[in-house]
Design a protein around this ligand. Structure first.
Ligand code: MF3
Ligand code: CO
Ligand code: CO
Length: 262
């Protein structure tokens, strides 16, 4: 068996294909777990990238999907403080009080696993802790609503309602995505929306939920490097991401390690 395309371009995966994606997903999650002890004041984002690259290639025998993806120059994304997403690892030294999103995508046996988490560098401020917690809960609310028959608009609406109820904002320009043999495939998974709108979920769909949540206004700005996305108002931003499959009785989070919380 092999994945079947739906007319809307969504590739439904078979149970065997979902198991292959779980291998990639667990590997991506293991990279974040491995990196945790390295995220300390004084390390550079480029050093984190080098550690992740070596681990993915040498220990996992995998491929870091971001490297050379549409010209992206590094193996992970590192997005610090008011960087919304797609931060390029480099010479930036992490300092006490920073928050950093590390986004890892591993290709294993042709399948992608994509996940990200926020990390505290030393002791976070109250504001920094709050934006990380609101973004995390936004992702959890989205994941917990996933099951056959629910629409993507339902999911986006639940995330948006929660985030705005916390007087934070949802970034509009970037979204979650279908994933499989292709890194970014249909459908687009918006983190805002209206109940009942959009694609109806069915078993075999695989996609990410990865809300980007700002402490201030939702607007973003793209740096001249063509990748780094900032909050327009320079407020703090946070993001969490999991890859999941829709199954008959709900959702199977492929990038959740055993005994880990979402
Ligand atoms: N991992 C990101 C996502 O969640 C995509 C990064 S694309 C890159 O979709 F080129 F910046 F790596
Ligand atoms: Co993603
Ligand atoms: Co990602």
């Amino acid at each position: 068996m092999h994945s079947r395309p739906k007319p809307d371009g969504i590739q439904l995966k078979t149970p065997d294909e979902i198991e292959a994606m779980r291998v990639a997903g667990q590997q991506a999650a293991s990279v974040l777990a491995m990196l945790r002890e390295h995220v300390r004041p004084g390390i550079t984002t480029g050093e984190l990238d080098a550690i992740a690259h070596a681990y993915i290639v040498d220990e996992l025998n995998g491929i870091p999907a971001p490297l050379n993806y549409r010209g992206f120059p590094k193996s992970i994304c590192t997005s610090v403080n008011h960087v919304v997403c797609h931060g390029i690892p480099g010479d930036r030294v992490l300092k006490d009080g920073d928050i950093v999103n590390i986004d890892v995508t591993v290709i294993q046996d042709g399948w992608h696993g994509d996940t990200s988490k926020m990390f505290y560098v030393g002791e976070p401020s109250i504001k920094a802790r709050r934006i990380c917690e609101v973004a995390h809960q936004a992702m959890v609310i989205g994941i917990e609503a996933v099951r056959p028959g629910v629409t993507l608009g339902d999911i986006g609406h639940l995330i948006q309602r929660y985030v705005e109820g916390q007087r934070c904002s949802v970034v509009r320009e970037y979204c979650g995505h279908g994933i499989g043999r292709v890194f970014h495939e249909p459908p687009q998974v918006l983190h805002y929306g209206r109940p009942g709108d959009g694609v109806v979920l069915e078993p075999g769909m695989t996609f990410t939920i990865e809300p980007m949540v700002n402490l201030g206004k939702p607007g973003t700005r793209l740096l001249a490097d063509g990748w780094t996305v900032l909050t327009r108002d320079r407020s703090l931003s946070a993001q969490w991401e999991h890859t999941m499959a829709v199954i008959d009785d709900g959702v199977d989070v492929l990038t959740r390690l055993p005994d880990d919380p979402l």
